[in-house]
Design a protein around this ligand. Structure first.
Ligand code: HEC
Length: 106
């Protein structure tokens, strides 16, 4: 194999591995965890219409980013009204908050 071919194969493999890792990681696409005030304002504005925050509090610390995405999609199917940006933010918040966090559990 020529050096050029070897380099091309190497780059292809490296790119594939990188994309696979990025896809599994999930946090890459939802972005940084927003400040506490942003997290609590989205929860207070969008998540208490149908159930108490205790529902959300109980789930803290039990779900990965992927599971929170599924939960939020479920809420949207029930009629929750969140922009794509708010969804990403609230998923980043909820997947990073510790169990019992007073942002959600007070
Ligand atoms: C339009 C109504 C509605 C809104 C708004 C809503 N939910 Fe829910 N949510 C539901 C219903 C209905 C259930 C109960 C499903 C069940 O009985 O398990 C539920 C259950 C839950 C649960 C427990 C089940 C699970 O998936 O772990 C969590 C956590 C939750 N909601 C989080 C949220 C968050 C976070 C928001 C705001 C982004 C939100 N909900 C907004 C309707 C809603």
């Amino acid at each position: 194999m020529s050096t050029v071919m070897k380099t091309a194969v190497y780059i292809f493999v490296a790119a594939t591995v990188f994309l696979a890792v990025a896809a599994c990681n999930g946090t890459a696409e939802i972005g940084e965890v927003p400040p506490d005030a942003v997290c609590s304002s989205i929860v207070n504005a969008k998540c208490v219409r149908c159930h108490y925050k205790t529902r959300i509090c109980d789930a803290l610390g039990t779900k990965s980013v992927g599971k929170w995405k599924k939960s939020i999609n479920f809420m949207i199917k029930q009629g929750a009204d969140l922009t794509q940006d708010e969804q990403n933010k609230v998923i980043a918040c909820l997947s990073s908050l510790p169990k019992g966090s007073e942002l959600v559990c007070d």
